[in-house]
Design a protein around this ligand. Structure first.
Ligand code: ATP
Ligand code: MG
Length: 446
């Protein structure tokens, strides 16, 4: 009742038509060729059929900022059905947010229909979170319902102009992340926007405008109402952005980590594991920036490892056998995360595999080391071990031993083994390594 009344009192004005700024190439600097062929083709086909079509959102923002876009999205005034009819290889997906995937060569372009901004009829939960968003609107309305001004830019590959309703190009040049509309309302509509603010500011080196920054501390708890699967997606984006270290630093600064996402609490407030986690994130950032693949399983395994260690130790102290205690600790830690963060089954399985391999690195005698290096996941397990050693949890010598053992000629391996009776004593022998192999490589996880 009260919510309805409030919404009616504060309801947004119906959009008055506003002339957008139409920015020429000399000012926005985007080269048509930097738009993927598929995105250009999709815009062309839609425009030929009489519709409006623009490359929109993150890709335009990134190109103006001089960053190579991850992917290209297209916005149009054609409905999903009309888009579907124009492209043979396409399908309509999504419910809360219906869009069309157009396949073109190896690329998939997401095509979304201009949406109306939210009004009092919008379906929301009791905190104001929007549950459905499929009301079509004008391009101007579409711009207004986007989150930040730098994300509300429309590039027309034909005219080579950028259509800008909210001073996004100017904000980008001035290095400001500014919310469209009232940040208090916009965060309530979708609390994930708080995480997006931090991620985009870190990625693009922008300062979050104080008006958008201030309410975050107070509204942070709204993240509790976000479905765990969505939160997991966003956390994964954040951690694999190539700017994970900066993102987490900012999350802490904005108070977004506290008591909300168990994962972040773990990461940032656990002195023992801090060095380990920052090392892991630095490594991940380096890999992403170098264009190397990263494995989410490896990443989450590192983030949660010190939780597992603590629980494992506690169980052993209570008299549980080491192996059983480890497996129980693994499950307990993952179960606790699952309440808020829907780590997928596949990733959970990867995480467990990496953890379960760790005690096997303690055995450096007999047949065990030979079996371990034959494991398909040996490399991920070894990279993990090396991070443990680098962070001071284990002597570096242990990681080096495994590195040499794995690289040694098969006949030389026998000589490296330790005696069964004294596992701490390493047989000294000359190192034999393949050139180029070794600690200079970042942990891969794959
Ligand atoms: P990146 O692709 O680098 O992760 P992005 O901004 O492109 O960043 P997407 O999730 O691909 O993020 O979203 C595409 C566009 O959709 C955004 O640029 C923005 O205009 C709009 N958008 C995405 N999420 C939201 C949201 N939660 N609220 C409002 N608009 C959003
Ligand atoms: Mg995007």
């Amino acid at each position: 009742m009260i919510r309805k009344l409030l919404r009616r009192v504060f309801r947004r004005e119906p959009a008055r038509p506003v002339e957008p700024a139409v920015i020429p190439p000399a000012q926005h600097g985007i080269q048509r060729e930097s738009i993927s062929p598929a995105a250009r083709r999709v815009c062309h086909v839609l425009q030929e059929a009489g519709f409006k079509a623009f490359v929109v959102g993150g890709a335009v923002r990134d190109l103006i900022a001089g960053i190579k876009p991850k992917d290209f999205d297209v916005a149009t005034d054609a409905t999903p059905e009309q888009v579907r009819e124009l492209f043979r290889r396409s399908r309509i997906i999504g419910r809360r947010f219906r869009i069309v995937h157009v396949m073109s060569g190896p690329e998939t372009i997401e095509v979304s229909t201009f949406r109306a901004s939210q009004n009092e009829d919008a379906q929301t939960d009791e905190h104001g979170r929007i549950l459905a968003d499929n009301v079509w609107g004008s391009q101007q309305e579409d711009a207004t319902r986007r989150d930040f001004t730098v994300n509300a830019l429309y590039y027309d590959p034909n005219a080579e102009t950028v259509v800008d309703y909210h001073h996004g190009v100017g904000d980008l040049h001035q290095k400001t992340l500014r919310m469209i509309g009232d940040p208090n309302v916009r965060y309530r509509e979708d609390p994930v926007r708080m995480l997006r603010a931090v991620r985009l500011a870190s990625k693009l080196g922008l300062i979050i405008d104080p008006v958008a920054r201030t309410p975050i501390r107070e509204l942070a708890q709204l993240l509790e109402n976000v479905p765990p699967a969505r939160l997991f997606d966003e956390m994964l984006k954040l951690l694999t952005s190539g700017h994970a270290v900066e993102c987490l630093r900012q999350l802490r600064e904005q108070g977004l980590h506290h008591g909300l996402l168990p994962l972040l609490d773990v990461i940032l407030e656990q002195p023992m594991g801090e060095r380990f986690v920052w090392l892991a994130l630095e490594n991940t950032d380096d890999r992403v920036r170098a264009g190397k693949p990263i494995s989410p399983g490896f990443l989450f395994a590192t983030l949660l490892w010190h939780e597992v260690l603590a629980d494992w130790d506690a169980r052993k102290a209570r008299g549980e056998a080491s192996q059983a205690a480890l497996f129980d600790a693994m499950s307990a830690v993952l179960d606790q995360q699952a309440e808020k963060l829907a780590i997928t089954r596949k990733i959970s399985a990867d995480i467990k595999e990496i953890w379960a391999l760790q005690p096997r690195f303690d055995r450096r005698s007999g047949k065990a080391p030979f079996r371990l290096i034959e494991q398909p996941r040996f490399r991920a397990g070894y990279d993990f071990l090396r991070l443990r050693a680098q962070s001071g949890e284990l002597p570096l010598e242990v990681a080096e031993w495994w590195d040499h053992f794995a690289d040694a000629e098969p006949e030389a391996r026998g000589e490296m083994l330790m005696s069964e009776s004294d596992p701490a004593t390493k047989k000294r022998r000359r190192r034999r390594r393949k050139p180029g192999a070794g600690p200079a490589d970042a942990p891969a996880g794959e």
